[in-house]
Structure formats: structure tokens, C-alpha cells
Ligand binder design. Structure first.
Ligand SMILES: *Cc1c(COP(=O)(O)O)cnc(C)c1O
Length: 361
């Protein structure tokens, strides 16, 4: 048996053990090829098959419409903070940003480098990023081309349980939740997600966008950031992160085998409810985020009534629960319970916290 602890890290995050074991089995000798997939040409038909199948599975899992492109980008989610304005805005145009946390704030900062009129339409800082706004057209600039949102805020543990009802298309950073619930595609012109939370290894980003809405190229775009070029080349303009795409495919297959999005959404809700309900009732914990805005992927909590945070953290580590320290600037605790975290992992954490607060607090 492989030694695995309960890993609640926000990202890179745990992957399904089944996926890791399968990849390990084929690591040195990929299905009799006598070499690792990592050592194989990205132009080889073996890799082409993996790429095609990965994109097919993703389309099926998320019910992505035909007219949406699926591109595997290098560079992480943060690269999309510059790709999106460069591809979707002309030099004189601008977009609105809902600043519900660090990632949207960074996206706006980056967009301002290229399109100085971009603006924020919600400042979550005023409520310590515990709130999600219900934005309407009245909140937006009438000439804004799109509204950028972070659908799930990894650091603060909030999410849009309903997506904004506005007439401009949405651009959504879904890094910490893609594949955890269905996506109502008609609202979105671009959805992107860095792989390391819910999909696979870091350095790979999945970008899904409405090809009909992509404006004609009107400015200089570096080739590797050009949606059209990347799509026309089937994510193979240059050497893509081949091994990461392979692991992503194994994750997609795993999810499909288990029952797809309908199954995982229920499972995620069950996990989150178990943890939130316990934290809500236990007199030693506080939940900073109001119920209606709580993320089901990242559960943020703090201690109260004299429960020693540092002691609890070190006891958790000693007992095989890793990655629970809150984000460096906000402290407290954060349990990231992405798709790969099984219900038993959350149950084990709740049992440990219950026992700890009863006997050692
Ligand atoms: C982790 C994260 C990012 C950053 O991803 P990189 O791949 O490191 O650029 C961006 N947005 C969200 C919502 C995240 O959770």
C-alpha cells in the first residue's frame, strides 16, 4: 500500500490515489513503448491520442458547446491575466472586474498594463473579502466589454453560488473549482483554470472560450498567448507540458468513471456540509464567511475560546493531516477539499478536530 496522508493543501493539491498509481505503473515504460511518456515526442501519435482524448473527456464532462474552443495553455492561471485582455480587448477598450480576492485583484493589475481603463466594480477588501456581490447591469460600466470574476476564491473560501446576471459576457477564473459543478456556458465567453487545484500538475492551464465571440485580432499578441494561434495548432504550437496533460487525462477518466459532474457535485456538497456543520456547532471555531457565500472547495476557519492555533496545527501535522494552515496573509485554517479529497478524508479531519477540542483544548 502506498503511504498517503490526508493532504488539505490549497495547491498544488492532492490527486486521486488511483490516478497516481496508474501513472506510476506506466512511468518508466509507457504501455510497452520502452520509454516514459515524458520522453516521447509531442508529435508522436501516442501523445496526439492523449491530447485528443483529454479534450474529448473535458468536453463531455462539462458539456462544452461545439462553438467553444478548448486549449491547453502553458504558464499557469496567472498568464491568462494578460492573455485575456490581449485577446479580448482592443487597445481603447476596457472590462470590469469584481474584486472578491487576491486573484481578481492581480488580474485587474495585469489588465491595467494593457488596457488602462479597466476598472473594479466591487471592492471585497471593504468586507475583508468575506462577501460575494450580486452584481447587475447597474453596477457595470455601460461600455465595458466583459466582467471578470473569480468564481471560487481559494484564499478567502468564498464562491459565487449564483453567477452574476448581467448582459455582458463573463470571463471566469475557475482555477480552484473547475469540474466541481456544471458551467452554464451561455454566460461565459472565457473560462480558465490552472490545473494544480482540481485537474492535475501545475504549469498547465485549461482555457475554454466562445470562438464566435472572439474579436478580430487588433493588436500585437505574443504567439504563445494568442488564442487563435493556439487553437488552430491544437495546443501544439510549441511543446506543451505533455506529462501534465497525460495526468489531466487520467483525472478526467477517473471522474467520468465515478459518475462525472453530477456525482462529484453531490459529493463535494456532502463533504463541505460535514465540515461546515461541525465547525459551526463546535464552540472553539469561527467561520468568517456568511453561509450563502461559502466555498465548497476551500473551507476557511479560525479558532476561539482559547483554542491554541499553533498547537492544533502541529497536532494535525503529527496525525497525518497536512496543508491546513491558512493563507500567509490571513492566518487561521483552510481545508481545501477539492474533487480528489474523498469523503473519508473530511470525516477523519472532523473526527480528529472533535476529539482534540474535547480532550486537549
Ligand atoms: C491558484 C490560483 C491562481 C494562480 O495560479 P497559477 O497557476 O499559480 O498562476 C489563480 N487564480 C485562482 C483562483 C487560484 O486559485
Amino acid at each position: 500500500m502506498t503511504h498517503r496522508i490526508w493532504n488539505f493543501q490549497a495547491g498544488p493539491a492532492m490527486l486521486p490515489t488511483e490516478v497516481m498509481e496508474e501513472a506510476a505503473k506506466d512511468f518508466c515504460d509507457y504501455k510497452g513503448a520502452g520509454m516514459s511518456l515524458m520522453e516521447m515526442s509531442h508529435r508522436d501519435k501516442t501523445f496526439q491520442g492523449i491530447l485528443d482524448e483529454a479534450s474529448l473527456h473535458l468536453r463531455r464532462l462539462l458539456e462544452i458547446p461545439e462553438n467553444y474552443g478548448v486549449v491547453f495553455f502553458p504558464g499557469g492561471a496567472s498568464l491568462q491575466f494578460s492573455c485575456v485582455p490581449l485577446n479580448w480587448l482592443g487597445e481603447e477598450e476596457f472590462a470590469d472586474f469584481s474584486l472578491t480576492g487576491v486573484w481578481a485583484t492581480k488580474a485587474l493589475e495585469e489588465a491595467l498594463e494593457f488596457n488602462p481603463l479597466c476598472q473594479s466594480v466591487f471592492l471585497g477588501k471593504n468586507s475583508k473579502f468575506t462577501e460575494i456581490p450580486s452584481l447587475t447591469d447597474n453596477d457595470l460600466h455601460p461600455k465595458a466589454k466583459y466582467l471578470h470574476i473569480t468564481s471560487n476564491n481559494t484564499i478567502y473560501g468564498t464562491r459565487y453560488s449564483k453567477f452574476p446576471d448581467v448582459s455582458v459576457p463573463l470571463v471566469a477564473d475557475m482555477t480552484s473549482e473547475l469540474l466541481s459543478r456544471p458551467v452554464p456556458w451561455n454566460k461565459f465567453q472565457v473560462v480558465f483554470a490552472g490545473a494544480q487545484k482540481n485537474i492535475g500538475p501545475s504549469g498547465l492551464t485549461v482555457v475554454i472560450y466562445n470562438k464566435d465571440l472572439l474579436p478580430k485580432k487588433s493588436r500585437k499578441i505574443p504567439k504563445l498567448m494568442d488564442y487563435r494561434l493556439m487553437e488552430e495548432n491544437g495546443s501544439l504550437y510549441n511543446t506543451p507540458p505533455t506529462f501534465s496533460i497525460y495526468i489531466a487525462l487520467l483525472v478526467f477518466r477517473w471522474l467520468e468513471r465515478k459518475g462525472g459532474i453530477p456525482w462529484i457535485e453531490k459529493e463535494n456538497e456532502r463533504k463541505a456540509a460535514l465540515l461546515y456543520d461541525f465547525l459551526q456547532e463546535c464552540p472553539f471555531f469561527d467561520l468568517p464567511v456568511p453561509k450563502e457565500h461559502r466555498s465548497i472547495m476551500n473551507v476557511v476557519f479560525t479558532t476561539k475560546n482559547g483554542l491554541d492555533e499553533a498547537k492544533l496545527l502541529s497536532e494535525l501535522e503529527k496525525n497525518g493531516f497536512s496543508g491546513l494552515k491558512g493563507y500567509r496573509t490571513i492566518g487561521g485554517f483552510r481545508a481545501s477539499i477539492y474533487n480528489a479529497m474523498p469523503f473519508e478524508g473530511v470525516q477523519a479531519l472532523v473526527d480528529f478536530l472533535r476529539d482534540f477540542t474535547r480532550t486537549r483544548a
